[in-house]
Design a protein around this ligand. Structure first.
Ligand code: PLP
Length: 284
């Protein structure tokens, strides 16, 4: 597999990053995951815009124009023959000579890394037909979840807690309300209304979330962006998650309680179809 590191396309075994890289030492970096369907990038513009924002919030800047980043994404997709899968992009504050909590000078070169993952049949995963099961856990992450940092240890722990409980993922709860899934946004459907957490520094502003809410509103579905509880979710007609790697994925149980009749609901299934149709049309 070919990867991209700081201007070079290299076989993955030859790519190198410094041991002093602040991404490695301090999780001082941000990332994006863009899905690939039919060899084309889904929602790239949204991912580039969020990347710019994440960098700005951390006092960094885009390493190059969004169009040039798109070019690298496309080049890797082509070189690695990715039909369905994803492109991972990571930018860290680089590798100053010494470890120090203070940021290094602004002219320290950033570390820019991209790689692809091939996932044949990504759009057609069996989990979408059965739905997934989630548990609820405390949200113990830091307070700037709107920045897409590479600081992912608590979400990893959450995934392991879900696995240990025989579930697929975890929804995180803070002050009695669901924030989001470990790597996705969380939704319920109750009385025909789609409910998902309002934006702020407590959740990541999902690129898939933005697209799905836009498509839902265009299809005259009712949408409410507000906090909801696990009890409200368990009593809902449907539940689902969205992310670049799962698109729209039905949730059929929360903490062991079946949602609706315990199978993927009609709203989630319809939104999944609309999302594929619309995002493929706009793919680049
Ligand atoms: N929330 C969190 C915590 C995430 O890590 C992700 C994706 O990785 C999302 C939501 C979904 O965002 P997107 O739709 O942009 O993939």
């Amino acid at each position: 597999r070919t990867v991209y590191v700081n201007g070079d396309y290299l076989p993955e075994g030859e790519a190198k990053v410094s041991v002093f890289d602040r991404g490695f030492l301090m999780a001082d970096g941000v990332y994006e995951v863009t899905s690939v369907l039919g060899g084309r990038l889904i929602d790239f513009d949204g991912h580039a815009a969020r990347l710019d924002r994440s960098l700005t919030e951390l006092g960094m800047t885009m390493p190059m124009a969004a169009e040039d980043l798109r070019g690298i994404h496309r080049e890797l997709v082509a070189r690695n023959g990715v039909e369905d899968g994803m492109v991972y992009l990571q930018i860290t504050r680089g590798a100053p000579a010494d470890r120090d909590f203070a940021y290094p000078p602004q002219d320290t070169p950033q570390t820019v890394v991209l790689f692809t993952q091939n996932k044949p049949g990504l759009a057609d995963s069996p989990a979408a037909r059965t739905g997934i099961r989630v548990i609820s856990i405390d949200d113990r992450r830091w307070g700037r979840r709107d920045i897409k940092t590479v600081q992912l240890l608590y979400p990893s722990m959450g995934k392991m807690m879900a696995k240990a409980a025989g579930a697929d993922d975890a929804w995180m709860v803070e002050d009695g309300h669901v924030t989001e899934g470990t790597s996705n946004n969380a939704y319920i459907v109750a009385g025909g209304t789609i409910v998902t957490r309002d934006l702020g520094d407590h959740i990541l502003s999902g690129i898939t979330r933005a697209a799905v809410l836009r498509f839902a509103r265009e299809a005259q579905m009712k949408v409410e962006e507000r906090a909801f509880t696990i009890a409200e979710a368990q009593a809902a007609d449907e539940a689902f998650i969205t992310s670049a790697s799962t698109f729209v994925m039905p949730v059929v149980a929360i903490d062991g309680a079946p949602i609706g009749d315990g199978t993927p609901g009609p709203v989630a299934r319809r939104l999944r179809e609309i999302y594929f149709e619309e995002s493929r049309k706009a793919a680049s």
